[in-house]
Design a protein around this ligand. Structure first.
Ligand code: FE2
Length: 352
């Protein structure tokens, strides 16, 4: 593996002051990214680095071929975070923008599962890019168009939903970037099974579900790994729904109803109730229809059955038991639909 700073770090030890200067310079000159952010880039347009003894070593040279298997091997070897030079980060994002644009345009060509796994990976990475740059209209528009097209692709390929879910879960994106993808993947299956929505409605609700959490970008990243949150942190977390709507307002063409759904998508969450943003009575008044219930509940199920840094995943049975408590009295039809969909979905999983 070639080293970036051969003359400085091999051989004689550095003096404390000089080393401090080098480390300060490193913090300014390099940006840490997830290794999975370079997945699907055949020839990375910039050098990739790992950190050793506080200084960068080149892991991969720019413009050299890099296949996804090599990236997976690195992950297996324990490398999950890498560094790029800060000035190169935009070039890397541009390359991934091209990849997402190209995969979206060619979704109907080739192996549907390969297209789907690539699309989920690119969408999660692009959510990260967007969370870091929420005023970027070009990026938002690319995401919006890509999510719309993916909704229609998923409607046409119901048989690959489960394979996509399994593969995407293994990609282990950070949960704030994976949760919108997973919950929307569940949602589209549930909406199709309901047989009361046309394709345009399903597309709109899929888009709504995908973008409902962009307000998470307003929360300091370290909060997402904390088990115990103080009252202010909890308020910040609950307010992400309102922040999502504020970030998206007048920027993506979704209906007023969809904005209401985004604002209220945590209506059933225990944290929302704990902070008394909604009493049970007022929360019922806010529900606009079956789509609100389905978007909120698929979000809860996707979250519960996925591991978090501060808790293990719960079983599907436990998540459905909670759903029964939350909606079986007020929304019996939606409850039956969800139970039927998820039991069928995961019993197929056991058979495979
Ligand atoms: Fe949310």
């Amino acid at each position: 593996m070639p080293k970036e700073n051969d003359g400085h770090i091999s051989g004689m030890p550095l003096s404390g002051a000089y080393r401090a200067l080098e480390i300060n310079s490193f913090v300014l000159d390099y940006k840490q990214i997830y290794l999975r952010e370079v997945l699907n880039i055949e020839e990375p347009p910039c050098d990739l680095f790992i950190l050793r003894e506080g200084l960068p070593y080149r892991l991969h040279e720019k413009n050299l071929a890099l296949n996804n298997q090599t990236v997976r091997d690195w992950v297996e070897a324990g490398i999950t975070k890498i560094f790029v030079k800060t000035i190169d980060h935009k070039i890397l994002i541009s390359k991934q923008n091209e990849n997402l644009r190209s995969n979206t345009r060619s979704l109907s060509i080739g192996d549907p599962f390969e297209k789907s796994r690539r699309q989920t990976s690119l969408l999660a990475s692009h959510l990260k890019f967007f969370y870091e740059d929420t005023t970027n209209d070009e990026l938002l528009n690319l995401l919006y168009q890509s999510v719309r097209s993916y909704a229609h692709f998923l409607m046409d390929h119901m048989k690959i939903h489960h394979m996509t879910y399994t593969d995407f879960s293994r990609q282990k994106h950070h949960y704030i970037h994976s949760q919108p993808v997973l919950s929307s993947l569940f949602l589209i299956g549930v909406l199709k099974q309901a047989r009361i929505f046309n394709d345009k409605d399903i597309e709109n609700f899929f888009v709504t579900s995908f973008f409902k959490d962009v307000g998470m970008s307003c929360i300091p990243f370290e909060k997402y790994a904390q088990k115990e949150l103080n009252l202010n942190d909890k308020k910040l977390l609950v307010n992400h729904a309102q922040n999502s709507a504020s970030i998206l307002l007048n920027r993506i063409p979704i209906s007023t109803n969809c904005f209401k759904i985004i604002e209220n998508h945590h209506i059933f969450s225990t944290l929302t109730r704990e902070l008394e943003h909604f009493t049970p009575e007022s929360s019922q008044q806010l529900i606009m229809g079956i789509e609100t219930v389905l978007i909120s509940i698929t979000d809860i199920i996707a979250a519960m059955i996925s591991e978090r840094p501060y808790r293990p995943a719960t079983s599907l049975f436990q998540s459905l038991d909670l759903i029964r408590e939350l909606i079986s009295n007020q929304h019996p039809q939606e409850f039956k639909l969800l139970i039927s969909y998820f039991k069928n979905y995961f019993s197929k999983n056991k058979a495979n």
